[in-house]
Design a protein around this ligand. Structure first.
Ligand code: BGC
Length: 752
């Protein structure tokens, strides 16, 4: 039977039943019609699937732990998230899992969000591209994905009820595009709605999100499942576009669906559509599950190591790295032996294959190890502290393995501050005072304040790098691999600098996204604020030179494209990979409600380069890349005029700026009445000629900053700008009203 036939053969009870899980991880089967159940499992950076025969949903099989989202994002490489996805897809299929619950693409609004380690970025373009790669990878192996958590779910505080208050432009420009890109490019089988409310309605019953945007605007054709326990009003949810409730509410909410259909508050057609959407995926999944599946644990561990190497970010290096054979090196800090490589909560993978000091031992590095401080708490032991300082002083290089203990950062709880444990900060500062070759290796899922940053020679951020963390760190520290990760988020100087510092996490009831589109580098750049390390930053053991940046033409037509080309060369002696980044800045000068962001990432490309090798990197820009979201027309909009295409090594290391003219003809609607300021009318090509034509010579002079000498010309021009049409009456003669009405009539006609 096909889906349509199945839907008509199902009873109302069976239909309602199919819209919720059978247990924690399975959908329901309907045996009499041959409808199978499918199994879903976490996600996103490893397979967390319940052991066969176990009754504990959290009793997971052993699996490979890949770099968490924070680290994978630092690879700036969708080809890499794709490879990771493909490996996860194979593992999932071999373990009888049909849908993997990931990727997680929520925007890092504040470094305090406890779940940032699972998420990709503060930038929606980067997050979307990486997510698309991940989804394509998993789904290429015949396993579905569930991109999560849809939407505006950027905090853990009161995550089940907090109401994210986000204006329309901000939602579309910052919090939705990662989902949009992934849905359009990679067609995930499912989307997981989030727990929180968005502008008043729970995400699980939010029709604007689940239907108007996701399906109607973006063309999503899979089904939406709830986050675990996110359902509030089940009937409203079905009508809004939430097909599957997970894990299911013991039949309580199924009964509500049945009652609603029976009493006419829910149209059976709506339920049928929901069931059909679920069945489409279930049947596809069950079919693909029959294909043979192999999963090679050892090969996937190797891949995890490679991904970890690609994801580490060299934040600072005055020369202590790479380490050299023959140097006397002191490893300090318990993270050397117990690196933190993943975070707590639903993404926690059951692995025992973590590499740590064994990598150094295996590779015969001559290092000594002093614990110095523990990895699981903030506790200073005076004797250990002194031992570490003494060893550091006597060594050629001191490498301090620092990081956030598990208890500092996890799903379910936000951080209260951005600091490392005091015992670590104190020891780093002390060691740096006696050893100029001090290297800090960080294991954190989010930025931390680094008060010692200027005093140490080198900082290598591993983020939460998965089970290959030890081997990867070893190779990077000793120069067997060249760091090539870039920061997917700004590392601010201090918590107080962050965009939503005053509002995060809200009052416990609402979370006001008052900073609007000024998230991450958009904020720090707009405020020209010093940051510890900017978005896109990452050093290498080699150097990269840019030249010949050019556009295929200097004007983009309204429906056109422009190609950007730049040559990048490895100018050093070691092979490496550069991430060429492309930002667009709107220099049109047109007023933007909610403010204009200084620049936004619109392209990036990671290129492997041998010493001396150069390559041409190409990007394609379309009008959407120049656009912002306009709440006035509920659509993307680029004002005609001048833009800048900026190409560089990071958001704050731009190597070339190319002017680009956008020849779009579309203008935003303009409403004119007697209160419209003259400045607006004179700035708009539809109204400017009319207004200019009707101003007498004296007023023209005022508009140009001239006048009677009472005021400086700039002030006069500005004062004129704020005059409204009505002021023609206030300051006019007896005919002023007639003149005003005549002008209004012309203006209204012009803007129709
Ligand atoms: C998390 C989801 C996860 C689900 C199932 C929820 O608490 O928010 O990300 O997929 O549990 O474990």
């Amino acid at each position: 039977m096909n889906v349509e036939e199945l839907v008509s053969a199902l009873t109302l009870e069976e239909k309602a039943g199919l819209c919720s899980g059978a247990d924690f991880w399975h959908t329901k089967a309907v045996e009499r019609l041959g409808i199978p159940a499918i199994k879903v499992s976490d996600g996103p950076h490893g397979l967390r699937t319940q052991k066969e025969g176990s009754t504990d949903p959290n009793d997971a099989i052993e699996a490979v732990c890949f770099p968490a989202g924070c680290a994978a994002a630092a690879s700036f490489d969708p080809a890499l998230t794709r490879r990771m996805g493909a490996a996860l897809g194979r593992e999932a299929r071999a373990s009888g899992v049909q849908v993997l619950l990931g990727p997680a693409v929520n925007i890092k609004r504040s470094p305090l969000c406890g779940r940032n380690f699972e998420y990709y970025s503060e930038d929606p373009y980067l997050a979307g591209e990486l997510a698309a790669g991940f989804i394509q990878g998993v789904q290429s192996e015949g396993v579905g994905t569930s991109i999560k958590h849809f939407a505006a779910n950027s905090q853990e505080t009161r995550r089940l009820s907090a109401d994210s208050r986000v204006d329309e432009r901000t939602l579309h420009e910052i919090y939705l595009p990662a989902f949009e890109t992934a849905v359009k490019k990679a067609r995930p089988w499912t989307v997981m709605c989030s727990y929180n409310r968005v502008n008043g309605d729970y995400a699980s019953e939010n029709k604007p999100l689940l239907t108007d945007i996701l399906r109607d605007d973006w063309g999503f054709d899979g089904f939406v499942m709830s986050d675990w326990g996110a359902v509030n009003d089940r009937v409203k949810g079905v009508a809004a576009g939430l097909e599957l409730e997970m894990p299911g509410s013991g039949g309580v909410y199924d009964r509500k669906i049945i009652e609603a259909v029976q009493n006419g508050t829910l149209d059976i057609g709506v339920l049928d559509k929901a069931v059909a959407r679920i069945l489409n995926i279930v049947l596809r999944a069950a079919d693909l599950a029959k294909l043979p599946a192999v999963f090679d644990h050892a090969a996937d561990h190797k891949l995890a190591v490679e991904l970890a190497k690609q994801s580490a970010v060299l934040l600072r290096n005055l020369g202590a790295l790479p380490l050299h054979k023959g140097q006397k090196v002191a490893y300090i800090g318990a993270f050397a032996d117990h690196p933190r490589y993943q975070g707590g909560g639903s993404s926690h993978v059951n692995t025992t294959a973590i590499s740590a000091m064994d990598a150094a031992i295996m590779n015969d590095r001559s290092v000594s190890y002093i614990e110095g401080f523990p990895a699981d708490r903030d506790q200073r032991d005076e004797a250990e502290f002194l031992r570490a300082v003494t060893a550091a002083e006597a060594a050629d290089v001191a490498v301090i393995f620092a990081g956030l203990p598990d208890s500092f950062e996890s799903e379910g709880a936000d951080r209260r501050h951005m600091r490392l444990p005091d015992c670590q900060n104190n020891l780093i500062a002390r060691v740096a005072a006696v050893q100029k070759n001090t290297v800090v290796v960080l294991h954190t899922g989010s930025p931390v304040e680094c008060p010692w940053a200027d005093d140490v020679s080198s900082v290598l951020c591993m983020y939460l790098a998965g089970e290959g963390v030890g081997e990867a760190a070893d190779a990077l520290l000793w120069g067997d691999a060249n760091p090539c990760g870039r920061l997917p988020e700004t590392w601010p100087m201090r918590l107080e600098d962050t965009p939503c510092y005053l509002d995060y996490p809200g009052d416990g009831v609402t979370a006001d996204y008052r900073e609007g589109v000024y998230v991450g580098y958009r904020w720090y750049d707009a405020r020209k604020m010093p940051v510890r390390w900017p978005f896109g930053h990452g050093l290498s053991y080699t150097g990269y030179v840019y030249r010949n940046a050019e556009l295929s033409c200097d004007t983009m037509a309204a429906d056109g494209e422009v190609t950007v080309r730049v040559t990048v060369k490895n100018s050093g002696a070691m092979s490496g990979a550069e991430v060429v980044q492309l930002y667009v800045a709107d220099a049109t000068g047109t007023p933007v409600p909610g403010g204009r962001v200084p620049q936004a990432l619109r392209g990036f490309a990671k290129v492997d380069l041998q010493p001396g090798e150069e390559r041409v990197v190409t990007f394609t820009l379309t009008p959407r890349d120049l656009s912002r979201y306009s709440a006035e027309i509920h659509d993307w909009y680029a004002a005609p005029g001048r833009y800048e295409v900026r190409i560089g090594h990071s958001s704050r290391d731009i190597r070339s700026t190319l002017p680009l003219h956008y020849a779009g003809a579309k203008l935003l609607p303009l409403t004119v009445d007697e209160t419209t300021p003259l400045g607006i009318l004179l700035a708009d090509p539809r109204t400017a000629p009319i207004v200019r034509g009707m101003l007498d010579a004296q007023v023209q002079a005022m508009a140009n900053g001239g006048g009677d000498g009472l005021m400086p010309p700039e002030a006069m021009a500005q004062m004129f700008d704020s005059l409204t049409l009505r002021n023609m009456i206030n300051f006019g003669g007896p005919q002023a009203e007639e003149r005003l009405n005549a002008m209004l009539a012309k203006l209204k006609e012009a803007v129709q």
